[in-house]
Design a binder for this molecule. Structure first.
Ligand SMILES: [Zn+2]
Length: 365
């Protein structure tokens, strides 16, 4: 039996909720986490038409990229499309799960990884890495139990720096303590000051994993009360942040590059600024990415492909090919990430892509 919560957990394994932006509202928005499900509908946006499609397809869960409830709801009186859609979901007992900026912000299996895969970019890196998402976990342990503690730390997600796993730093020192009457010390005698040779093991860990790692380590640590620190770091996380930059296998002229975009992505047109230049290094950001223009230029991008650009944005992109391919068009392929994760982990669940085109923007040529 697969529940809504199981699907949420699988998606959060690639896009942890703590990586969403502060203004966002990702996660389970509607539904009972314990509800069992057999069929999931994937969509970029949730509209009444999408919910009708879920009802017809007997899907108990919709997984979406854009949050239907974004700024909060104070009433549910059918006054606009959001309220009507929420009501329709509840009436038909359909759950809604959303992975939004948390899916944008992960390099490995996120929106931009899929975007890059479509247009064939290699050597992908984050454009603007996030700070304040890493911590240093420090554990003090008698030397006899150091290896056991280390292996649990690594299994809990600690010690990953870029392309290196099992990273840690260890120093030998002396720990002291005096066990009180009610204590049951692993070493030493109650009421006496004890000195023990201990190792201080330090490893970097994504902050959201800290609590779980401490719990797991305490289970193999011999002490009744384990000494540890969890220190928030300001260091950038190389795998978490906004936008991405990578390289084409070979340099292309502007028109060749635009032709590549049109052939690999579901787009009807590209709005862009210049017609001359060689394109090798390409920055991308699914969705609204004008705010990353400076960063793309600093990192030496020849082109920057995103959406929702304004007239004046194009002036600022001096010497860089700035492309707006449309918000919907830049993100629709991300649904494949949901499809891959769910079908990979749950063989008994039917997963379908929404047939309704939810793009609110039409093109007239
Ligand atoms: Zn978007």
């Amino acid at each position: 039996m697969t529940t809504v919560k199981d699907i949420a957990k699988a998606i959060e394994a690639i896009a942890p909720l703590s990586y969403q932006e502060t203004y966002d509202n990702a996660g389970l928005l509607i539904g009972n986490p314990q509800q069992t499900i057999t069929s999931v509908l994937l969509t970029l946006d949730v509209t009444e038409a999408v919910v009708q499609e879920a009802i017809q397809g007997q899907c108990q869960l919709i997984v979406a990229h854009h949050p239907l409830i974004f700024k909060g709801l104070k009433s549910l009186t059918y006054q606009n499309w959001v309220e009507r859609t929420v009501a329709l979901l509840i009436k038909h007992d359909i759950a809604l799960y959303v992975a939004h900026t948390n899916l944008d912000n992960v390099l490995q299996k996120g929106v931009n990884a899929k975007f890059a895969e479509k247009i064939g970019l290699n050597k992908l890196q984050i454009l603007q890495a996030k700070t304040d998402v890493l911590s240093k976990l420090v554990v003090y342990v008698p030397t006899s139990h150091a290896e056991a503690v280390k292996s649990v730390l690594f299994a809990s997600g600690a010690g990953q720096i870029g392309q290196y796993s099992h990273c840690s730093f260890t120093t030998l020192g002396s720990g002291s303590f005096k066990a009180e009457e009610t204590a049951n010390p692993y070493s030493g005698t109650v009421g006496e000051l004890t000195q023990v040779e201990e190792l201080k093991i330090e490893a970097i860990i994504p902050s959201y994993l800290c609590k779980k790692a401490v719990q797991a380590v305490s289970e193999v640590h011999p002490y009744e009360t384990m000494a540890y620190d969890c220190i928030p770091l300001q260091a950038e996380h190389p795998g978490v942040g906004a936008g991405a930059i990578g390289e084409l296998p070979e340099a292309l002229g502007v028109s060749e590059f635009l032709t590549l975009l049109k052939s690999k992505l579901p787009i009807k047109l590209v709005k862009h600024n210049i017609n001359e230049g060689q394109i090798k290094k390409v920055a991308i950001c699914g969705g609204s990415g004008a705010f990353l223009l400076k960063k793309a230029m600093q990192m030496g991008a020849d082109a920057y492909v995103t959406a929702d650009l304004k007239y004046h944005d194009y002036f600022d992109a001096e010497g860089l090919l700035f492309c707006d391919i449309g918000h919907y068009e830049s993100e629709i392929s991300s649904l494949e990430l949901f499809y891959e994760e769910i079908t990979d982990k749950f063989a008994n669940i039917a997963v379908r892509f929404c047939k309704t085109n939810t793009n609110p923007i039409q093109y007239y040529f």
